[in-house]
Design a binder for this molecule. Structure first.
Ligand SMILES: *Cc1c(COP(=O)(O)O)cnc(C)c1O
Length: 233
C-alpha cells in the first residue's frame, strides 16, 4: 500500500484503540488531517483513502491547495494564528477555525461570513500551560470571552482548542488537558452559556505526539500531521 493510506489507517486504528481503552464510544473522535507544507497531491491521496477533514495553518498556501482540489468535497479547517486582515478570506473559504483567541477575531469572522453559507464553526484557543509565549486565552478568561460572543449568528461556537507544551509522559500529557475538558463540561451545564452556545461539543486536542493521552482526557477532535503525511521540512 502507498504510504499515506497506510499511515492514515494506522492513525485511525490508534484512535479506535485509545477510545476503547478508556471505554468511550467508537465514534467519539473526529480525525483532522493536518496538511500544512504538504502538496495538494498528498491531500488527494488521503481523500481517496477516505479522509474528508483537512487542517491548514497558512492562508495563502491553503487557498492555493483549495483551488487545486475544488473537485473534492473537503471540510476545511483553519488551525493557524489568525491575523485580523486575513479574517475575510478565512470566513469565505473555511468550514472551521480552531484558533480564535480574542473577541475581535470572532466578530470579524461573524461579520464577514458570506450569508449564503452556514455559520462558520469556531473553537476558542486556550493557553493551557499559561506560557507567556503562546497564543490563546487563559482558562480563567474563557467564561468572559464566551459571554462576549453571545449574539453572533454567523459563527457557531463549538468548543476549545489547545496546543500544550510537549511532554513525553502519558500521565503528564493527560493531566495538561484535563482542566480544559472539565471546563467544557462545566460550561455545557451552565444554563446561561447553554442558551447562547447550544452547540458546544468540541475539544480539539491531540497531535501526533499526544493522541492517546488527549483521547483519554476527552478529546473529540485530534489534529494529526506528521503521523499521516510524514515529517515536515
Ligand atoms: C502542525 C499542527 C498540528 C499537527 O502536528 P503533528 O505533530 O505534525 O501531528 C496540529 N495542530 C496544530 C495547531 C498545528 O499547527
Amino acid at each position: 500500500m502507498p504510504k499515506i493510506p497506510t499511515h492514515l489507517a494506522e492513525v485511525n486504528e490508534r484512535i479506535a484503540r485509545a477510545l476503547s481503552n478508556c471505554g468511550r464510544p467508537a465514534d467519539g473522535v473526529k480525525l483532522l488531517a493536518v496538511s500544512k507544507t504538504k502538496p495538494a497531491s498528498d491531500i488527494r491521496e488521503a481523500y481517496q483513502a477516505g479522509q474528508r477533514c483537512f487542517g491548514e495553518n497558512y492562508l495563502q498556501e491553503a487557498l492555493e491547495k483549495q483551488e487545486q482540489l475544488k473537485d473534492l468535497t473537503i471540510e476545511w479547517h483553519f488551525i493557524g494564528p489568525v491575523q485580523s486582515n486575513k479574517t475575510r478570506a478565512i470566513a469565505e473559504n473555511f468550514d472551521w477555525v480552531h484558533s480564535v483567541d480574542r473577541a475581535k477575531i470572532a466578530v470579524r469572522l461573524n461579520d464577514q461570513r458570506p450569508p449564503h453559507l452556514p455559520p462558520i464553526n469556531i473553537c476558542l484557543q486556550v493557553n493551557v500551560d499559561n506560557e507567556s509565549t503562546k497564543s490563546g486565552v487563559l482558562l480563567d478568561e474563557l467564561d468572559d470571552l464566551l459571554e462576549s460572543l453571545s449574539n453572533l449568528p454567523h459563527i457557531c461556537v463549538r468548543g476549545f482548542m489547545a496546543i500544550p507544551a510537549p511532554r513525553d509522559d502519558f500521565e503528564q500529557q493527560q493531566q495538561a488537558l484535563l482542566p480544559l475538558a472539565n471546563t467544557l463540561k462545566r460550561l455545557q451545564s451552565t444554563p446561561e452559556i447553554q442558551r447562547h452556545h447550544p452547540h458546544l461539543d468540541t475539544l480539539s486536542m491531540g497531535m501526533s505526539g499526544d493522541l492517546e493521552a488527549a483521547v483519554a482526557a476527552g478529546s473529540t477532535l485530534v489534529r494529526i500531521g506528521t503521523d499521516i503525511f510524514g515529517k515536515r521540512q
